[in-house]
Ligand binder design. Sequence first.
Ligand SMILES: Nc1ncnc2c1ncn2[C@@H]1O[C@H](COP(=O)(O)OP(=O)(O)O)[C@@H](O)[C@H]1O
Ligand SMILES: [Mg+2]
Length: 418
Amino acid sequence: MNFQHRAQLQPLLLPNLKETGKELGRGAYGVVTEVIVSGTTCAAKKLHDAIVQDHTLKKFSDAVLLHSQQSHPNIVQLIGVYYPPRSQLPMLVMEYLPLSLTQCLEREELPLQMKYSILLDVAKGLCYLHGKRPPIVHRDLTANNVLLTSSYSAKISDLGVSRLADTFKKDHLTTAPGNAMVMPPEALEDNPVYDHKLDVFSYGCLILHVLTGQFPEPKNQFVPEPAKPGKEKSFTKVSEWDRRSSYIKNIPKENELLPFAKDCLHDDPTGRPEMIDFLQFIQQIISKFPKMKNRPVIEKELKNAIQEKEEAEKKLDEERKVAERIIRELREENAANKRENEDLKKEKEKMTTDLKTLSSRVTGLQNVLSLKENKFNESTRVLKETIRSRDEQLVKQQEDNMELMEKREIELNDKHSA
Ligand SMILES: Nc1ncnc2c1ncn2[C@@H]1O[C@H](COP(=O)(O)OP(=O)(O)O)[C@@H](O)[C@H]1O
Ligand SMILES: [Mg+2]
C-alpha cells in the first residue's frame, strides 16, 4: 500500500486490537468480524481487495476520513482503522450493533410504534448527513445498512462504502450506486447526476419495507400498451410508486406514512420532500402513541421476571424432592407390605395344612372315641347283665337258703317235739 495513504489514516490507527475470530456477517463489499478494542466489543469490516485497489486508495482514505468525522447517535460510529498482520488494507473498526433491520424484519413482527421509532431514527441520521455542507449523500440506504441496538435504536451504517463501490462497479460494467432496487431513476442512468434526494427515494422504499416486512422489489418500468391494429407495439412508462403498488396493497390505507412514502418515490427528484419535513411529521405521529417503556424499565421487569422464575423453579425443585421422597417411602412401604403379605400367605397356607392335619386327626380320634364308646356301652351292658343275673342268682340263693332254713327249722321243730 502506498505509504502516503497509510500516513493519511495514521490518526485513526488503532494499535491495540484483538480479533476474536467470530464472523458477524458478510455483505456485498466485505466480511464483518468481531474485535475487542480497549475491552470493548467492536465490529471490523474488511473490504474485498477488489473494491480497494491501488488506484482507488486515495478515494478509500478520503471516504474513511469523511466517515470518521461524522458523529451522530443515529450514524454507526467509525472508531478507527486497523492493519491486520501482513495486510496492506486496513479494516474499518466500527461500534458493534447486535442486529440489522433486515434480520429484525425477517425474524419478528414489530409493533407499529417500534417501526415508526426506527424510521424516525433513520430520518434523524439522514437529516444529519443531508444537513452537512456540502450535503453527504449516503447512496446505499437499505434495511441491510440500518443496524439496531439491543433497545431497537436505529443507526445508519456503511457511510462512504457505496462511494468506494462505485469504482468497483465501474470495473464490473455497472455504474449505478447502491442497491438498484431502491435507486431512483436518475441514479440508474448511464452518467448519473443526483443529489441527496437519491437517499429520500431510498427512504421511501425503506418505509414500504418496514411497514410490509417485504423488500419492495419494483415491477417492470415499461409495460406494453394494448395492441392497436396497424400500429407498432408501444410501451408506457410506469411510475416508481406504481411499480411497487403490490406492496402498498399490504398496508392499511389509513396508514399516515403512505402519502409521505409516495412523495419520496416521486419520479422527479425535485418533487420529493426533504427529510427535515418528514422529521417533524413523524415526531408528531409518534407523540400520539402511548409512551414506550424505556430500556431500564424493561430490563427491571425482565430481571424481576427472571428472579420470580428462578424462585418458582427452586420451589418446584423442593416440591419435587419432597414428592420423590414420599414416592420412595411409599415404594418401600409397598415392598414391605408385599413381603408381609407373602409371609402371611405362607403362614395361612401352613395353617391351612395344619388345620387339615388336625381335623383329620380329630376325625380319627372321634372314630376311636365312638369305637371306645360302643365298647364301653357293650361292656356296661354285659356288666349290667352280669349284675342282674348275679342279683337273680343271689335272690334265688337267698330264696333257696330261706327255704332250706325253713326246712331246717321245721326239721328242728319236729326233732324238738319228738
Ligand atoms: N457494526 C456492526 N456491528 C455488528 N454487526 C455488523 C456491523 N456491521 C455489519 N454487521 C453485520 O455484517 C453483515 C454484513 O454487513 P455489510 O458488509 O455491511 O453488508 P450488507 O450491508 O450488505 O449487509 C450485516 O448484515 C451485519 O449482520
Ligand atoms: Mg452494510
